[in-house]
Design a protein. Structure first.
Ligand SMILES: Cc1cc2nc3c(=O)[nH]c(=O)nc-3n(C[C@H](O)[C@H](O)[C@H](O)COP(=O)(O)OP(=O)(O)OC[C@H]3O[C@@H](n4cnc5c(N)ncnc54)[C@H](O)[C@@H]3O)c2cc1C
Length: 273
């Protein structure tokens, strides 16, 4: 949902033309369609712009011919609408200096292939896959903002900022549920004639989980308030939020596994709820 509504329709609402907003964003925001936002490639992850190989070549009729391979794309397997970020094939300009442009694609376009979902270690409800583009013909109306300067590096960076803040909301959900399950188990699991929650070692783990939950809640509220005031978070603040949120979620879920002890019991309880 975050990628479809937040990133894909968010990018179109921020930088698309009125016609593009009408055609694509409404259906994404009302969940009639699923969106994907594709920048990562097999050899371009952290160095998303520098190592990017996917290209848009001008076709001489105002449109573009698209080629490339994207990977780790959330909703890639099922997306109806894809924001495809690539490099403009500009003869005479050094590859690393070429413009970044974005095009809005529809599933089923000739030459566009969407892989099945990968098997992942976690986040099972969010499908992740690959996109393969081979001479996909895209008319000028698909170019984001109908301009080669419509949604390039700065547009994509502002989407990174939204994505980073969204990680705090995901982490908050993980932490809340881990804490609920841990509290429930600590109250009911008896060892040495006492609920394990009566032991200080377990109490300290639960206290640290609550501190993480409160911090994450505050970060999420701060993000909501900032956006409600019509402002964007800075890249530094959104990045700090993602770093803290991801680490807090890892620490809390690891401690939850310790409290619930046998991993098999943990898995069984997680699925049964
Ligand atoms: C579940 C999931 C969903 C995703 N969804 C999307 C999506 O919807 N759309 C999309 O475009 N992408 C998506 N991605 C891709 C994600 O953006 C990339 O995984 C991310 O950019 C990192 O790239 P990489 O995995 O290739 O790691 P790499 O860039 O290869 O990094 C490997 C390691 O090297 C480290 N490293 C890299 N550069 C440096 C450096 N300069 N100094 C020190 N250390 C460095 C990294 O921190 C990391 O530890 C998704 C990934 C996952 C796991």
């Amino acid at each position: 949902m975050g990628v479809s509504v937040g990133l894909t329709s968010g990018a179109i609402m921020a930088k698309g033309t009125l016609a593009q907003k009408k055609k694509y964003a409404g259906d994404l925001m009302t969940l009639k369609k699923i969106g994907a936002w594709a920048i990562t490639e097999p050899n371009s992850g952290s160095d998303a712009f520098g190592a990017m190989k996917s290209t848009a070549r001008r076709d001489g009729e105002g449109g573009y011919i698209l080629n490339g391979n994207k990977t780790f794309i959330t909703n890639g397997p099922h997306a109806d609408t894809i924001v495809f970020i690539c490099r403009l094939d500009e003869p005479g300009v050094e590859p690393r200096d070429r413009k970044i442009v974005s095009l809005i694609l529809d599933s089923g376009m000739p030459g566009l292939e969407q892989s099945p979902a990968f098997k992942k270690m976690g986040i099972g409800a969010s499908p992740t896959g690959e996109l393969f583009l081979s001479d996909v013909k895209a008319g000028p109306e698909r170019l984001m903002g109908e301009s080669e300067d419509g949604y390039g590096r700065s547009g994509a960076k502002s989407t990174f900022s939204t994505e980073r803040s969204g990680v705090a909301a995901m982490a908050l959900g993980l932490v809340e549920r881990s804490l609920e399950m841990s509290l429930d188990y600590a109250r009911t699991r008896v060892q040495f004639d006492q609920p394990i929650g009566s032991y200080q070692l377990i109490q300290l783990k639960l206290a640290k989980m609550e501190v993480a939950r409160l911090n994450l809640e505050n970060l999420v509220f701060r993000f909501i308030e900032t956006r409600a005031a019509g402002k964007d978070m800075s890249m530094a603040e959104a990045s700090a939020m993602k770093l803290y949120a991801a680490q807090a979620a890892m620490e809390v879920t690891t401690e939850a596994v310790q409290i619930l002890a046998a991993p098999a019991t943990c898995a069984q309880r997680a699925w049964s709820n």
